[in-house]
Design a protein around this ligand. Structure first.
Ligand code: HEC
Ligand code: HEC
Length: 321
């Protein structure tokens, strides 16, 4: 009995010790919990490495000039700084390029939520006339001639390099694009009270309290991944949002809430990149939105200059280096 008790005692102290080590090391505990991996695409280091290589490979496009990373630029939190994305031959894409961080947690993809899985999504930009403008048979032929890809496909998937290999590998790579190590995470999830400034703390209070931005941009992802309408769409808009997917007029103007993690490096903003700065975004919400078709209720507010600074400092604390 005594030995058992001693064992439990020792185990519990060492348990506590391990927990403390973990939260003190750089390898922090993620606020997201575990990502659900699809059953038909188990991850492996080799698959991820193949996916990473493909993500940066310009041969996925019509003229071998555009890769996924042309628009999803690593230094810009995987967005591109353009109002509308630029694809092959300088063609303008339909929407603003979103960050891809934490996309492995998203239950639906694209601004209109019209694509369900990362595997499926890979095909969209490759085939889109204005993005990569390619055809699958052409892309597969080009890449199958690359001995490195062909060898990897045989080794990892036990088949020739094909669309299955391409989409599974890129999706596996995308699931590694996780951003959960911002100053705000240190402050909020690891209880490090000095990790963000007093101003950023006041900004968080505004964001989560009086302004209720968390209604849609909820922690820990700073998006609820749902479709919402913040009022920027008129009947003349070229992009009617969710309506494009289901033809339901009550869905005109609904777009998937973007995550605000790394928002300071993903300007310009909104599905069409029409708001250039965070100041413009804040002014937009302060007036209660444009009142577009089906706009949800956004209560107008007024902030002092100092409070706007606080809100921006909070948003900056969501940057992950
Ligand atoms: C020409 C620029 C461009 C290229 C090239 C491009 N994308 Fe995108 N990507 C976009 C735009 C714009 C959107 C938003 C599209 C929409 O909502 O309709 C997007 C959306 C996405 C999304 C959905 C994100 C979300 O949160 O819903 C994923 C995932 C993605 N792209 C992955 C890729 C992959 C993988 C490749 C390469 C095979 C790629 N993209 C190539 C511009 C690009
Ligand atoms: C009713 C839900 C809702 C509320 C409340 C809300 N937002 Fe949004 N927010 C959205 C949606 C939806 C979009 C994307 C709209 C689009 O693409 O046209 C968005 C876009 C944004 C963007 C642009 C992000 C990007 O990458 O393009 C920022 C920044 C933002 N919101 C900040 C805020 C702030 C700050 C508040 C509080 C004052 C707030 N939001 C309140 C739904 C909401």
């Amino acid at each position: 009995m005594k030995t058992i008790l001693r064992f439990i005692f020792l185990a519990s102290i060492s348990g506590i010790f391990l927990v403390q080590c973990r939260s003190e090391s750089n390898e922090s505990v993620s606020p997201f919990g575990e990502m659900i991996q699809p059953k038909n695409n188990a991850s492996s280091n080799e698959k991820i490495a193949l996916g990473r290589k493909l993500f940066f490979d310009q041969r996925l496009s019509l003229n071998n000039e555009v890769s996924c990373a042309t628009c999803h630029i690593p230094d810009m939190a995987l967005s591109d700084g353009h109002n509308l994305a630029k694809g092959v031959k300088g063609r303008k894409a339909f929407r603003n390029t979103p960050s891809l961080f934490n996309v492995g947690f998203a239950p639906r993809l694209m601004f209109d939520g019209g694509v369900k899985t990362l595997e499926e999504q890979v095909l969209v930009p490759i085939l889109d006339h204005n993005e990569m403008g390619a055809s699958m048979p052409e892309v597969i032929m080009k890449l199958r001639n690359d001995a490195e890809y062909q060898t990897a496909a045989r080794k990892i998937f036990n088949r020739d390099f094909d669309a299955w290999v391409l989409t599974r590998s890129i999706a596996a790579f995308e699931r590694t694009l996780v951003s959960d190590n911002s100053a705000f995470d240190h402050f909020f999830y690891q209880n490090k009270s000095n990790a963000i400034s007093e101003s950023a703390k006041r900004g968080w209070k505004l964001f989560s309290g009086k302004l209720n931005c968390v209604k849609c941009h909820s922690a820990p992802f700073f998006t609820d991944f749902e479709l919402h309408n913040n009022g920027r769409t008129t009947l003349n808009s070229s992009d009617l949002g969710r309506y494009r997917i289901n033809n339901d007029s009550t869905n005109i103007g609904f777009f998937k809430t973007p995550s605000l993690r790394n928002v300071t490096v993903t300007a310009p903003y909104m599905h069409d990149g029409t708001l250039k700065t965070l100041d413009q975004v804040i002014q937009y919400y302060a007036k209660g939105g444009d009142g577009g078709v089906n706009q949800e209720k956004l209560k107008p507010f007024s902030l002092t200059k100092a409070e706007i600074g606080d809100l921006k400092n909070f948003l900056k604390s969501l940057e992950d280096y």
